[in-house]
Design a protein around this ligand. Sequence first.
Ligand SMILES: NC(=O)c1ccc[n+]([C@@H]2O[C@H](COP(=O)([O-])OP(=O)(O)OC[C@H]3O[C@@H](n4cnc5c(N)ncnc54)[C@H](OP(=O)(O)O)[C@@H]3O)[C@@H](O)[C@H]2O)c1
Length: 310
Amino acid sequence: MSNQIEKVIVIGGGGNIGPFIIDELQNAGFEVAVLSRTSSSSVFPPNVVVHRTNYGEASLIEIFRGFDAVVSAVATFSTDQQKTIIDAAVHAGIKRFLPSEYGIDSSLSQFAEALSFESVKKQETVEYLKGKESTQMSWTALCVGAFFDWVLKVGGGLMGWDIPARKATIYDSGNQPYEATNVRQIGRAVAGILKHPKETENKYVYVNSFTLTQNQVLAAIERESGERFQVTRMTTTELRDEGYRNVEEGNLGLGFPQVVSSAIYGYGGLNNFSASKELANALLQLPEERLEETIEEVLKERDVPLQRRT
Ligand SMILES: NC(=O)c1ccc[n+]([C@@H]2O[C@H](COP(=O)([O-])OP(=O)(O)OC[C@H]3O[C@@H](n4cnc5c(N)ncnc54)[C@H](OP(=O)(O)O)[C@@H]3O)[C@@H](O)[C@H]2O)c1
């Protein structure tokens, strides 16, 4: 059987990261379709075929037949549903499965302790995929750290940033290096993995746009915008405790990102993989990106006048 991957089906193609994955897969010459819930109101580009499913195994097998790879970018709180999708993919002859990872390093044992949420099953999904290695289907788990430009654009205090209000929260000393990747670079990395199936087979693959500290990001934003930000300080332990408190009180939407942010910024040592692991940027032919250019683009989109301070 040829190793080559040509036809790819993407799950979560209308979500936060999905559109960038679809776009970069198409740019790299793959034939791309999406899998979407029957009940979904997600919107997709007109040039992709949309397959609707109720996520029953029979429906998934029928849809997957003829595809070479499944790229899952399913929502965080639906990652526990990936076992059925994996079983169907094996039955349908899929060659490569990318689980919905795209974050902190779930290969580390401390991941489970740092992020214990009932429906977030990233580590367990990779373990399940390892159990399928004797079939025709292999897997790749892509670690990218924080979605760098996306987080800054979303704002509202997410991961400490609120650009329109000129406010930032700096965690611990602000000098902890962390990994962060722009969303288009994530799309390119997915395409790169599928262009290099042999080298990326049955392993975690690590990429980034930048290894940064929060203090460096704040300095770059202040430099490019010409404005001083109001800074609040907090520890990652306080942030994590507050996050779990919010979750216990029923506010998952606020609490979950707080817990993840504490891990992004250093809690548990889960998000500085460039210090100990080899990055695949060169293998996947990812372009080098410049922090200043990314910040400039973010500020333009957030409608902040650029007045670079020298
Ligand atoms: N590192 C970071 O900073 C960061 C940030 C955000 C996300 N992530 C990770 O990236 C991955 C994708 O996240 P995302 O934010 O792009 O996802 P999302 O936008 O929340 O959701 C992606 C898609 O999942 C499908 N979905 C939603 N609820 C579902 C359900 N109950 N059952 C089945 N499917 C459902 C929907 O697709 P249809 O409507 O087409 O069915 C949705 O468009 C996750 O693993 C997440 O943890 C990382």
